[in-house]
Design a binder for this molecule. Structure first.
Ligand SMILES: [Zn+2]
Length: 441
């Protein structure tokens, strides 16, 4: 009994063509082997692989050739020659191996005879025809593709999340579209793909890999763009929001390169309430991060002895940031009211005029005029500068929303968030905290 190898190959484009599927080829070949009383020693299937691909890039063909070299069989069968090769030089490279090990090949749906000169010529001709055909098939597939693009039809069956296919066209899916929109919106707030993944998983039960979520956020189809067309499909995301997401992704990608492993959340933000010095981060037992005043060393330049655990600062901020800022805003309002009462610039101006009258009418001497004038002038300047550096209230709307996703962020993202939200934090020797916004100098 002859021992046969069955070789099956199909390219991605060919899968759908009748009779070329893996199943169809395998069924025909095993049927033939049975009919001719052959023993099948192995079925080798290269799926999704074009015949133009060199033999070395076809894993199953490689396995087949190894088995040929080990003498496991005498005959290779495939349905048609173009399953085997569509390239003359590749064909001869492999043919050399087969001849060395006395292995023949046979097509079950075509008739070739490689033992005669005319038979070998036929193989040559068929291979060059097949090669030509492959070139044209490539062209044809491209052509069909182009045509579909122009009609706005879906090329592959996959559409971005939030869309569905209706009459071969991409349309907005009312069920999933709001989720897709929320994903984009949340990214502009959270600004971290990892945290966004957790958010989506928790809120919608959808698990995304980091790269696929990144791909979703950069998919231009969400603004209607595809295949060089501006209106390939209906837009789901506002173009401005989409651009912002692209900028953020790019910016973060660059930042990641310089990110250091150990992150101290509050370096530069925490200050000693006793001396005003910035507190320094220290690591204890390779685990706990503390902040302390470096002026409290052997010289005791500062009485601030307290070492403050980073976790305490973090916890306090999460619980008190919003209320602290609300209080801060109230105090600004009070101050503004008080300063208006205290310093009335018009009143000062009137006093200066009166003073000048007194002097001009010789009712006061020059010395007292100058003394008083300088006093009023300084008052006036103070009032003006107060007006100038009038502190702005903090926008606390949305602040608590941002803090609810805090635990989802990585440490460096958390650090970045504190830098955006906090100007500085005063810490007293009694471990009391006072937080000031970025706008407060
Ligand atoms: Zn200090």
């Amino acid at each position: 009994m002859k021992r046969v190898f069955i070789y099956v190959r199909v390219s991605t484009e060919e899968q759908a063509i009748h009779g070329l599927s893996i199943e169809a080829q395998t069924a025909a070949l095993t049927g033939w082997a049975k009919e001719h009383e052959c023993v099948v020693v192995g079925i080798y299937t290269d799926a999704g692989i074009s015949a133009r691909k060199p033999a070395r890039n076809r894993p199953e063909l490689q396995r087949l050739l190894r088995d040929v070299e080990e003498g496991k069989g005498e005959l290779i069968i495939f349905t048609k020659l173009d399953r085997w090769f569509r390239n003359i030089s590749e064909y001869y490279k492999v043919q050399e191996i087969l001849e060395k090990h006395h292995v023949d090949w046979k097509t079950i749906q075509e008739d070739y005879d490689t033992t005669t000169a005319s038979g070998r010529l036929k193989v040559n001709i068929m291979l060059s025809v097949a090669q030509d055909e492959a070139d044209r098939t490539g062209e044809r597939i491209k052509f069909v593709h182009q045509d579909k693009v122009l009609r706005g039809e879906v090329i592959s069956g996959k559409v971005p999340f939030g869309y569905k296919i209706e009459n071969k066209k991409m349309t907005i899916d009312p069920e999933t579209a709001p989720i897709a929109q929320d994903i984009f919106k949340q990214y502009t707030i959270i600004r971290s793909i990892n945290a966004l993944r957790k958010y989506i998983l928790e809120k919608y039960g959808r698990a995304y890999a980091h790269t696929s979520l990144r791909m979703l956020l950069t998919n231009e189809r969400y603004i209607g763009h595809a295949h060089g067309q501006d209106d390939f499909c209906p837009a789901l995301i506002d173009p401005e929001q989409f651009r912002l997401c692209q900028d953020l992704i790019k910016e973060r990608g660059q930042r990641n390169l310089t990110r250091s492993d150990r992150v101290y959340l509050f370096t530069g933000l925490v200050r000693c309430a006793e001396c005003g010095n910035k507190l320094c981060a220290h690591v204890i037992h390779n685990k706990y991060i503390y902040y302390r005043c470096t002026r409290n060393d052997k010289l005791h330049l500062c009485p601030h002895k307290k070492r403050t655990n980073e976790r305490n600062i973090e916890k306090w901020l999460l619980e008190n940031l919003v209320s602290s800022y609300e209080e801060y805003n109230l105090s600004l309002q009070r101050q503004a009211k008080e300063s208006r009462q205290k310093i009335d610039t018009e009143k000062i101006k009137r006093k200066i005029e009166k003073l000048r009258d007194l002097y001009l009418n010789d009712l006061i001497d020059r010395d007292s005029y100058e003394k008083d004038y300088i006093y009023f002038r300084d008052e006036l300047r103070k009032a003006d500068s107060h007006e100038e550096k009038r502190l702005k209230p903090v926008d606390v709307s949305g602040l608590s929303d941002v803090l609810t996703v805090y635990s989802l962020l990585s440490r460096s993202e958390q650090k970045e968030l504190w830098n955006r939200l906090v100007g500085h934090i005063l810490i007293t020797n009694n471990d009391e905290f006072f937080v000031y916004p970025v706008s407060h100098k």
